[in-house]
Design a protein around this ligand. Structure first.
Ligand code: ATR
Length: 277
């Protein structure tokens, strides 16, 4: 049920923002549900965040998504930040109510739902060790999701080991290993996740060999351009199950849409096709 019958203004803020797929996703959902509302991409530079957000509040926005470079800085401007966003250390979704800003993070939801909604037979998060490559901003949300979904153990590997050690403070189930040991670390893995930007168009490839990964392992990548990264292509060639990264982007958008418009939208093959353009 749409709990807000008036025109609902929403947006994504970031810099740069022109490339954002979020307007495409949200406007498709607004159309699909016949809702009166808008979702724009608004460019706000790092040093203009406070004024930019204040302007949105004054203009009556119901909420907005937050992307680079504002995901951490926005936290200080929120009146309330929920527990998951605090633990992930970033806010990507803000609701405005009575002039107050409420921040949450939907990236962990997006990561988990992308896998849950894939047709994976008997595969489950709690069946074994997850191997996570990378310890940047995206890794925090992935770790949160894995722990929430019941992964019994997570092996975390990052080129800069100290960053992995810092993230491992999140939970005793996270164990750090050396980046150089990644080919061996996948032995016995239930899930292998790339959270680095390696493999993305214009970036160096992620160098890893999956020959020791068990046949039951699931491999997923947060990179979605290209959709079939070298990592996923290698996994598929070895007969492993793969989930592409585009679904994380689509699913992370759902809770924000629900908060602002009162309807939980679905991710359909049609939407995915549209966003992949
Ligand atoms: P964000 O915080 O936005 O996710 P980031 O801090 O740039 O992005 O992190 C990207 C991740 O990719 C990091 O784990 C980074 O490793 P470092 O912590 O050692 O920088 C990883 N990464 C980037 N380039 C890499 C490379 N050439 N080899 C290995 N890891 C790399």
């Amino acid at each position: 049920m749409n709990t807000n019958p008036s025109f609902v203004k929403t947006a994504v803020i970031g810099h740069p923002i022109a490339h954002s797929k979020s307007p495409l996703i949200h406007n498709e959902w607004l159309r699909e549900h016949g809702l009166q509302g808008s979702y724009e991409a608004i460019d706000i530079e790092a040093d203009a965040l406070a004024e930019g957000v204040q302007a949105l509040v004054e203009r009556g926005y119901a909420g907005f998504n937050v992307t680079l470079p504002h995901k951490v800085a926005i936290m200080a401007l929120c009146d309330e930040v929920d527990e998951r966003a605090r633990l992930i250390g970033a806010v990507n979704t803000v609701s405005v109510r009575d002039g107050k800003l409420y921040g949450t993070n939907t990236d962990a939801f997006g990561f988990a739902q992308n896998i849950i909604s894939a047709d994976l037979g008997d595969w489950s998060f709690d069946a074994g060790t997850a191997v996570v490559l990378g310890a940047g901003g995206a890794a925090r949300a992935v770790l949160y999701a894995l722990l929430e979904e019941g992964a019994p153990e997570v092996i975390l590997l990052n080129r800069t080991r100290e960053k992995a050690e810092e993230l491992a403070q999140m939970d005793a189930r996270i164990r750090v290993e050396d980046w150089e040991g990644r080919n061996a670390a996948v032995k016995g893995a239930n899930l292998i996740v790339n959270t680095t930007a390696l493999g993305m168009e214009g970036k160096p490839p992620l160098e890893i060999y999956l020959s020791l990964a068990p046949a039951s392992a699931l491999v997923t990548d947060i990179v979605y351009a290209p959709l079939m990264t070298d990592l996923l292509a290698q996994a598929q060639k070895r007969g492993l199950r793969v989930v592409t990264g585009i679904g994380m982007l689509l699913h992370q958008a759902r809770p924000g849409f629900e908060l602002w418009n009162g309807i939980m939208p679905e991710v359909t093959p049609k939407l995915e096709k549209k966003v992949l353009g």
